[in-house]
Design a protein around this ligand. Structure first.
Ligand SMILES: [Fe+2]
Ligand SMILES: [Fe+2]
Length: 166
């Protein structure tokens, strides 16, 4: 998708990266990328678990906070409060799954899990993937095109600058 506003381009690129990560999540947790639960000597698992945990705790968290703080209120002001409320509600349900998932990923790195916990983690991971994937696609189709009209050049520069600077 081709967006003019830098804020939109950035969010779109982050959605693309997210969808790529989720495709990997589905391969790993359904056993298509190797045995699941991983064998004790599986050297790829810790790297994957670290990547997924940091995506949840850093990249996705930052992206969500930016949308909630700087974008959804603008949508509301522009008369698209229903969409803002829906997207915000989806963030809440995604966090409800991603937070326990990050906790279990952290515990696999610190030691091991019980058989039942590996099953719980798989359920959480696949639900996380489904919810976040459809959320990102919804934002690509509805949020980003609206923002393209909503953000003027100065606002775009300001928002993008602040977001990029972290
Ligand atoms: Fe979002
Ligand atoms: Fe997003």
């Amino acid at each position: 998708m081709d967006f003019q506003r830098r804020t939109n381009k950035r969010l779109y690129e982050e959605h693309v990266a997210t969808l790529q990560l989720l495709a990997r999540v589905e391969r790993v947790f359904t056993g298509r990328a190797g045995a699941y639960p991983p064998a004790a000597e599986d050297t790829e698992w810790p790297a994957f678990a670290r990547t997924l945990r940091s995506a949840i705790e850093i990249e996705v968290a930052r992206h969500f906070e930016f949308e909630e703080r700087d974008l959804f209120p603008r949508l509301e002001e522009a008369g698209d409060g229903d969409l803002a409320a829906l997207l915000n509600e989806e963030h809440v349900t995604i966090r409800a799954v991603s937070q326990p998932l990050a906790g279990l990923l952290g515990r696999t790195l610190a030691g091991g899990l019980q058989t039942q916990e590996w099953q719980t983690m798989k359920t959480l991971a696949l639900e996380f993937s489904e919810r976040l994937g459809s959320h990102a696609q919804k934002e690509d189709g509805a949020l980003l095109p609206l923002l393209e009209n909503l953000l003027d050049e100065d606002t775009d520069r300001e928002l993008f600058g602040a977001y990029a600077a972290g």
